[in-house]
Design a protein around this ligand. Sequence first.
Ligand code: IPE
Ligand code: IPE
Ligand code: MG
Length: 253
Amino acid sequence: MADLPTPDTLPPGRMPRHVAIVMDGNGRWAQKRFLPRVAGHKQGVEALRRTVQACMDRRIPVLTVFAFSSENWSRPVDEVSGLMELLALALAREVPRLHQSGVRLHFPGDRAGLSARVVKDIQAAEATTAGNQRLVLNVCFNYGGRWDIAQAARRLAAEGREITEHSLCETTALAHVGDPDLLIRTGGEMRISNFLLWQSAYTEFVFTPCLWPAFDALELDRALAEFGARDRRFGQISGQPAGSPVAAGPSHA
Ligand code: IPE
Ligand code: IPE
Ligand code: MG
């Protein structure tokens, strides 16, 4: 890693505009310390606060985090209820602070599965912060990549619209931001676990064994450095000038 660039020395085009994170490893972080798993989730909120600040400091305009997946309902009931309580607590505590810092909040995910109270809280957080422009923070809650593609297709069908790549892009739960440039997964697993399936077609992946509650600006900088050293080809060949395809392929639907 010694000769990788640091975020300070990365040219602007080498900094991601949209960073996504699978915040994994909370339970293991807690278990290592003989604490209940929910203590790891609590520390995870602290790690998120640090990471939001670090993104703002580095002028990264969009951060998308995976907080609760469609599949996480199958955890023990007390862990699920602990996570729901923690969301309510974190919203009450963090939204005023985030609002003050200029963060715009979105909660992509299936609201149908959430309690009326949680839905009310996340709607209020979105409305309060709607005018902010410093950082867009997408907290994916009750989110699944398959759910997202299916809900977009369902909506287009209900509206009688044609299903194309373009119309699907416009209808996913993350249509308000571009696709992620960099996806970081903490906790050491090398899988996507049903996160941004549609949006990560050309995303660079960085996996780190660091458990999410221990994630900090230094870990972020390591991932940014790795991203900066990648050659993103988007199907072209290395060094090909932008906008000069070798041969025109079939146009995007
Ligand atoms: C990620 O940490 C948080 C959620 C999935 C809600 P985990 O709870 O999955 O932690 P590990 O992977 O068991 O350590
Ligand atoms: C992914 O982590 C979901 C979130 C971080 C919210 P999981 O811990 O649920 O993923 P798996 O089960 O190890 O694939
Ligand atoms: Mg996990």
